[in-house]
Design a protein around this ligand. Sequence first.
Ligand SMILES: Cc1cc2nc3c(=O)[nH]c(=O)nc-3n(C[C@H](O)[C@H](O)[C@H](O)COP(=O)(O)OP(=O)(O)OC[C@H]3O[C@@H](n4cnc5c(N)ncnc54)[C@H](O)[C@@H]3O)c2cc1C
Length: 424
Amino acid sequence: MTSADRYDVVVAGGGPAGSATGAFLALAGRRVLVVEREPFPRFHVGESLLPATLPILDRLGVHKAIAERGFQVKYGATFHDQESGLEHTFYFLRDKPWPSYAYQVPRAEFDALLLEHAKKLGVDVRQPATVQAVAFDADGVTVTAESHGQRTPVRARFLVDATGRAGLLSQTVGERERIPNLGKVAIFAHWQGAWRAPAPDEGNIRIYVFEHGWFWWIPLAADRTSVGCVMHARTVHDWGGMRDALYAEMIRRCQRVAEGLAGARQVTAVHSEANFSYRNRPVVGDRFLVVGDAIAFVDPIFSGGVHIALQSGELAARSIDRALADGRFDARRFADYERRVWGGLHPFFRFIHKYYEPAFLELFLQPRTAFGMLDAVLSVLSGGAFLRMSWRTRASLAILFSIARVNVWVRRRAGQPVASRLEW
Ligand SMILES: Cc1cc2nc3c(=O)[nH]c(=O)nc-3n(C[C@H](O)[C@H](O)[C@H](O)COP(=O)(O)OP(=O)(O)OC[C@H]3O[C@@H](n4cnc5c(N)ncnc54)[C@H](O)[C@@H]3O)c2cc1C
């Protein structure tokens, strides 16, 4: 083997999707290089994990190390609507193939731990190094990575794009489709000494819906809390002032958040993210495949991002390992991967779109156990619907969405608002 043929796979991006893809491939005995632009640990948004993620961490062999870190455990998600006063806590169920809890993780620590684990499994990591260019040919791919001003070509048989929202391939050979909701902006920071719910709810993610959007309230270990506001575009457009002042103003307008932060101290700068709703193409091609946020992202309301990143990474590694085994890398053989990923994303996307409709939110906050509806909602909220959805869950969700359609009619007759807030 020449040095030009060194790797089976180069993975661009060392976030959860890249680390998982690399680690699963290493477990299958493949030679992998992960190229990560940022030095770790680095701040990243997306701190609330889902229960169905934990079995993936088990399969990666990293769950024990994560459990030993003492991350905050969460047993559920509490939603509150300021306008109607409705509130509901969804507790993850016990009789599922995934546990009834998950973790709230500072991503700087979590992402570093995953990448470190990949290294222990034999993955080479080049960091900080940025993938600048990729060139495919009949025998493989040449990846040009730049580090400290020096550009180095690396040769591999296959490329994985795990570059998150940067979307390396969509920005170079493909396209990015913006999807409605595009105007939403998130602003967030960490706090020390914020309010804690009594046990067992102290670790729950809390979602506070109010006129201008919604807040996430994610309790982290060591008395830290991540507090972020996802605002409608119109709220941001109407605001002429600075970002920090907008954050403070949103806190003031959301009563539960203002009360919970009374006496707390902001301990990080205010960060922001905008334009986070898109669908990228292509997802697969001759000698490449895309994982995690580099495929698509819509909205963080149901905390699905890290789960999607890890699950797509595992599925990708399986497909690539098979392709490496028989030496065929044409796009068609990855069609099944693409189908499974879009199939897994579908329930999240459907729920996100529905969540912004007042008629659905009203039902969501008063869930019914009839026809298995609560169980079906919990399957999606746990991340368990990504890999497979039983016909029973599908049927229950169909009933729920039908009732929501009837509720639109009921609300309209009662003169209550029905317009979706998705594109506000
Ligand atoms: C406002 C907001 C709130 C969110 N909240 C949650 C939440 O509570 N729970 C949840 O699960 N998810 C949440 N998410 C989503 C979550 O952040 C992402 O889905 C998740 O980080 C995706 O992982 P990834 O590995 O695909 O991408 P990333 O984690 O973004 O990793 C991509 C990596 O690629 C690197 N990179 C980029 N370009 C290059 C290049 N050219 N060369 C080399 N490296 C490169 C980057 O430095 C980065 O480290 C939220 C997202 C937003 C916008």
